[in-house]
Design a protein around this ligand. Sequence first.
Ligand code: NIG
Length: 393
Amino acid sequence: MNTSAPTTVLDNIGLLVTNDPSVGEGPLGMARDASVVFADGHVLSVGARGQIADERIDAEGCCVIPGFVDSHTHLVFAGDRADEFAARMAGQPYAAGGIRVSVAATRASSADELRRLAATRRVEARRAGITTVEIKSGYGLDVATEQRCLEVAATFSDEVTFLGAHVVPPEFEGRADDYVHLVCGPMLDAAAPHARWIDAFCEVGAFDEQQCRAVLEAGAAAGLGTRLHANQLGHGPGVQLAVELDCASADHCTYLTDSDIEALAGGSTVATFLPATDFSTRQPYPDARRVIDAGARVALATNCNPGSSYTTSMSFCIALAVRDMRMTPDEALLAATVGGAKALRRDDIGVLRPGANADMVLLDAPSYTHLVYRPGVPLIRSVIEHGALHRVS
Ligand code: NIG
């Protein structure tokens, strides 16, 4: 951190959520009539209203929360699948095969076009209060296009995930093991320099346990952290595999048995729920209450993608988690901030304490409960991302 950088105070905060219990009240570390001083993108101090700095931003008594940490998105893609969505609302089931439609459009797009499309979505996500976003590849599925998508993703985030094992592409139809061989070999070689993580889709219609294990082990051997799409469309081995391999996160977790929950509670893998996906695919919502009560770590993420969840609204995910997954507003806010940080194995985001990233969301509301209480209302007034102010309304 540059100690001679100009300081800024976000002052006159009505209710501040820090997520640091040592700073304030309860698990959310709440403080009233507070201020936050930051410089060079990092928090310097959290204190009572009226701290002095070189510049001052007036929060006008509103509620301020840590920026949302969206630990699961697929922001780099081309094309549109609104027709598939409409058919689903008319009764068609969601199937992994739809991914191939986005693969065809993405393969046909240049890096500049993919960058332009992803930039629009990144701006949209920031306006929704998301200050850290994980971005996966997975709509290229050949060496050149996966590399292109990862390079584009890396221009928007340090949290880039190689998802070559999303589905088997058409040219490998009936030869899934050959495709896994490509993913674990030349594709991984091309991807690893641009990614921090490796992921796979463990599901009927995508990849089985053995194939996912091979992909994650190859990625780990190449120095990548591991995460897994698990138990989205039905019960299966994904969650147990993720815990066994100490993946940072098992994502979806829509269908969980008691032993899946026991495994999550006994390990350090975060159960990342993606309720906008269950909404958009008409799946049941997972019972987060059981998972939290068992002692497992949980996160909420948007899963922004063109097929199963085309939204950047973390507020919508929080509202669904409270309304339909039996989380409290406090738990849902924690899951969308510090929970996402844990799913990325980070402790410098999702919290507001000295040294953490200066990532904050100013709500046009006296309390974060309004995110649920006033569903669908645009409550994000401004976003401070790494110390830079972005006005939304
Ligand atoms: O996380 N489940 C796999 N991948 C995405 C869906 C991608 C798509 O349908 O295009 C997901 O839901």
